[in-house]
Design a binder for this molecule. Structure first.
Ligand SMILES: NC(=O)c1ccc[n+]([C@@H]2O[C@H](COP(=O)([O-])OP(=O)(O)OC[C@H]3O[C@@H](n4cnc5c(N)ncnc54)[C@H](OP(=O)(O)O)[C@@H]3O)[C@@H](O)[C@H]2O)c1
Length: 241
């Protein structure tokens, strides 16, 4: 990696995203805190700065074309480029999500944020990433999106979910397609699973801390130039598709 690396973390105002920003900042990187709510964003930036992180706020709603375009402009002007993008922002869409009863609006919302939001942000940031010496893209996925684990008897893969889990399967599939298209570039793009982490997303039921959940993203953000691309990993190694 270059000496001074610039990163953007989406949904960095709380939970795992905040800890990814803190962890990348601890490496001496300049970190854009992507968040849609001004107050939550500014509070996170202040807290990160108080902890010694070179953080800057990036107004960002991943579902909004204009917001994402403005975010790319802000980063170009303020930081002069981008080396690492962590697509962390996501929603469950709301529960229940059993396929036979789910409100289609819930499925649409999950796919909009967790898949199309990632496409929108990634494509807006790509021109800057292409200019980096060691560009990395990390897509925060989940083992609940693993079809192999979903069909393995006894595997713990959360509640039956036609929206959130399926959106992460979709995100994994899209990540593989990006890796194929970008295989002749320096860009490494991978999915990471943080494990079951106590955050707002699950009513703080998770068993890992947000700092533990952030570790895989930090690992994938700092891969060496000969590192993997188009893969799916957690702290223990490869996660089955
Ligand atoms: N927690 C777990 O056990 C777990 C397990 C596997 C995977 N993951 C994945 O890890 C990532 C982080 O999850 P988390 O547990 O830290 O969740 P979280 O605490 O609910 O945080 C989600 C973040 O995404 C942001 N966000 C949602 N929609 C957005 C939008 N349209 N534009 C911009 N930001 C948006 C939220 O912002 P607001 O504050 O404005 O809502 C928040 O900052 C997600 O991709 C999640 O799917 C989590």
């Amino acid at each position: 990696m270059t000496e001074r690396t610039i990163a953007l973390v989406t949904g960095a105002n709380k939970g795992i995203g905040y800890e990814i920003a803190a962890g990348l900042g601890a490496l001496g990187w300049k970190v854009g805190v992507g968040a849609r709510d001004r107050e939550r964003r500014e509070t996170a930036v202040e807290k990160l700065r108080a902890g010694g992180v070179d953080a800057f706020g990036v107004p960002l709603d991943v579902n909004d074309d204009a917001s994402v375009a403005a975010a790319a402009e802000l980063i170009a002007e303020y930081a002069g480029g981008l080396d690492v993008l962590v697509n962390n922002a996501a929603i469950t869409g709301g529960m229940p999500q059993t396929p036979t009863t789910v409100d289609p609006a819930i499925v649409r919302a999950a796919v909009e944020t967790n898949v199309i939001g990632v496409l929108r942000v990634t494509n807006a940031m790509l021109p800057m990433l292409r200019g980096s010496a060691s560009p990395r893209i990390v897509n925060m996925s989940s083992s609940v999106g693993s079809l192999t684990l979903q069909t393995t008897p006894g595997a713990e893969v959360g509640p039956i979910s036609a929206a959130y889990s399926a959106s992460k399967t979709f995100l994994n599939a899209v990540t593989v397609q990006y890796a194929k298209e970008l295989r002749d570039t320096d860009i490494l793009i991978n999915c990471g699973c943080p494990g079951y982490t106590a955050t707002d997303l699950n009513g703080f039921q998770g068993v890992r801390t947000p700092q533990q959940g952030a570790a895989i993203a930090i690992h994938l953000a700092t891969l060496p130039d000969d590192g993997p691309t188009g893969g799916f990993f957690d702290d223990s190694g490869a996660v089955p598709w």
